[in-house]
Design a protein around this ligand. Structure first.
Ligand SMILES: [Mg+2]
Length: 388
């Protein structure tokens, strides 16, 4: 089998009327890069990527193809066309080698842009592998189970949002059947955040799991203070508590100072970043995002490394892809989901066929590959006519 064609769609949704805030960043818009690889025997593989490196558009009024998309057109597409998509390791190494080849920096892409591009292509390669084997990817990867526990990410800061608004938002999730909810913290004082989390605990009762996500909003002493203040509220994990510049050793200090397990990994680019978080950062929950960086081929290595250290996987974002990895592995713990369509219209609009989430569980579909069908109307409507 050979790859004959690489097709790209850069999808951009309109800005939200009421942006969502984490501790220090606005989530004001979403976008997704969709790659389709065609093969000479008629299989089409779907790959997806998201993240900061595909958010560059509307430059001086001209829609501009994102860095990751451009990296696929200029660098990765020519590398994989004519190659056998079943050889995912060989293709991955060829693509990754671009990032340390002589003169690579002259291509003008950041490492992150190339790693995001690799993610999209590698994910499409795995769709082809599943379709060629006539089995779902989660089966191909190990098939540990076919349902995955899911949690909601919500509790964002928004203009005018009161404590009772937050509590009723979380009651809505419980009403939808969710039994685990993650809240954003770190955007106000520790005291105010403890009040927010306590209000949610009161609203949902003792049987719902609550996680908190700082999105790198604290220095180490503040993170330790917040962790200790939150301990009585029975928190399942504390996520990315420390500013970006001290995210390994600083994280370790926080991990050593609290009984709340630490989660991190959504910013990691590859297995070596992931290793540092586990071996030196003291995390207990790995959130590597293979739709943002490096793809399935890489997350399999990370999953194995985590298994040796008793670290579980709770992969970040894009549940339609990460659900397969979490389902495949014994150390797959839980999946992040965004049921609020005003926060994640992609989940609502991008597919005509995708798995459903019922009672806090995703049941993987018994369909080859990712099992996804893209909504062509959405591709037309949200696709950006891009220029390099
Ligand atoms: Mg997070």
């Amino acid at each position: 089998m050979k790859i004959t064609d690489v097709k790209l769609d850069v999808l951009v949704w309109p800005r939200f009327d009421r942006p969502f805030w984490t501790s220090i960043n606005e989530v004001g818009q979403v976008s997704e890069l969709v790659v389709r690889l065609r093969t000479d025997d008629g299989i089409e593989g779907i790959g997806e990527a998201h993240g900061g490196s595909i958010h560059h558009f509307d430059y001086q009024g001209v829609p501009r193809m994102s860095g990751a998309a451009a990296a696929i057109v200029e660098l990765l597409g020519p590398l994989v066309i004519g190659e056998d998509p079943l050889d995912n390791e060989r293709l991955w190494q060829r693509m990754f080698a671009l990032t340390f080849s002589k003169g690579w920096a002259r291509a003008g892409f950041s490492r992150r842009e190339i790693m995001t591009a690799i993610a999209a292509v590698d994910i499409a390669v795995w769709d082809i592998k599943g379709k060629a084997a006539n089995m779902p990817v989660f089966k191909l990867l190990g098939g540990f189970r076919d349902t995955v526990p899911c949690y909601v990410t919500g509790g964002y800061y928004q203009d005018g949002k009161s404590l009772s608004d937050l509590a009723s938002e979380c009651r809505t999730y419980v009403g939808m059947g969710y039994n685990a909810i993650k809240l954003k913290i770190g955007g106000v004082s520790v005291g105010e955040d403890v009040e927010r989390v306590a209000a949610v605990r009161d609203a949902v009762g003792p049987d719902i799991d609550i996680m908190v996500d700082v999105n790198e909003g604290y220095d180490v002493p503040t993170a330790i203070a917040a962790a200790r203040a939150l301990e009585p509220l029975n928190i399942r994990w504390l996520e990315e508590p420390v500013h970006w510049y001290d995210h390994v050793e600083g994280l370790r200090q926080v991990a050593d100072a609290t009984s709340i397990p630490i989660a991190s990994g959504e910013q990691a680019l590859h297995r070596w970043d992931a290793r540092d978080l586990v071996m030196r950062g003291g995390i207990k929950i790995m959130q590597f995002d293979c739709t943002r960086s490096a793809g399935i081929t890489e997350v399999l290595k990370i999953a194995g490394m985590c298994a040796t250290q008793n670290v579980n996987l709770a992969l970040h974002h894009d549940p339609q892809i990460h659900g397969h990895v979490v389902a495949a592995m014994p150390n797959g713990e839980i999946l992040e989901t965004f049921p609020d369509a005003t926060r994640d219209p992609i989940w609502e609009e991008l597919f005509t066929v995708r798995p459903e989430i019922v009672n806090s569980e995703m049941k993987l579909l018994d369909r080859p590959g990712w099992g996804l069908e893209l909504n062509e109307d959405t591709l037309q409507k949200r696709g950006v006519k891009s220029v390099l």
